[in-house]
Design a protein around this ligand. Structure first.
Ligand SMILES: [Fe+2]
Ligand SMILES: [Fe+2]
Length: 194
């Protein structure tokens, strides 16, 4: 599905504009996403493509982010918030400049930071691949890595809980999508055992 030309363009972008650290992270997320896609029977090429794009705008100067937020008429709440804006912007660029129209891939990129209620299989895979790629280090990561290959939903809930705690502990603003995503997955888990 990814034609050679598009793949070359993405790789050229990653080579030229991403720091070595972010490049390593991006390729590691792509590999992890492919492995998760294999495990759960998702489309491996879509997973790889979303992963390659996911952090394209991470680490850009805030002036650049803000200009793009305005250019794409994103919600003004994203102004000054590169942490939340970078995925949304990457999805817009994929669509506009790479002519990628597959909504599932675009959503996987747009929601990779926060998750959201009603995530698709692909969205969960990219969200988790970002959280567990081998370069990540934080307490509980080993258990989360194992869990990701046992139950995708349980692993998402765990990753979201950690993210919510982290954001609260630092006094940062919590995106409502993360809370909704976690609550919805927990509700589903409960119903499975009723
Ligand atoms: Fe990101
Ligand atoms: Fe990332």
């Amino acid at each position: 599905m990814i034609d050679v030309q598009t793949k070359n363009r993405i790789e050229e972008y990653l080579e030229n504009y991403l720091s070595d650290k972010r490049k390593r992270h991006t390729y590691a997320v792509a590999l992890e996403a492919i492995n998760l896609a294999k495990r759960y029977g998702a489309d491996q090429e879509k997973a790889e493509l979303a992963a390659l794009f996911h952090d394209m705008y991470r680490g850009k100067p805030i002036e650049v982010i803000d200009r793009m937020v305005r250019e794409f008429s994103l919600d003004p709440s994203y102004l000054g918030n590169s942490n939340l804006a970078h995925g949304k912007l990457a999805a817009k660029i994929m669509e506009k400049e790479y002519d990628i129209k597959d909504q599932d891939i675009l959503n996987a990129v747009a929601y990779h930071t926060t998750g959201r209620a009603g995530m698709s299989l692909l969205e969960k895979i990219v969200y988790l691949a970002d959280a567990i790629e081998p370069g990540r280090r934080y307490p509980g990561i080993d258990e989360l890595r194992k869990l990701a290959y046992i139950s995708l939903d349980k692993a998402c809930i765990k990753a979201m809980s950690r993210s919510i705690d982290y954001i609260k502990s630092r006094g940062m603003e919590l995106d409502r999508d993360t809370l909704r995503a976690k609550n919805q997955l927990m509700e589903e888990e409960r119903n499975t055992y009723d």
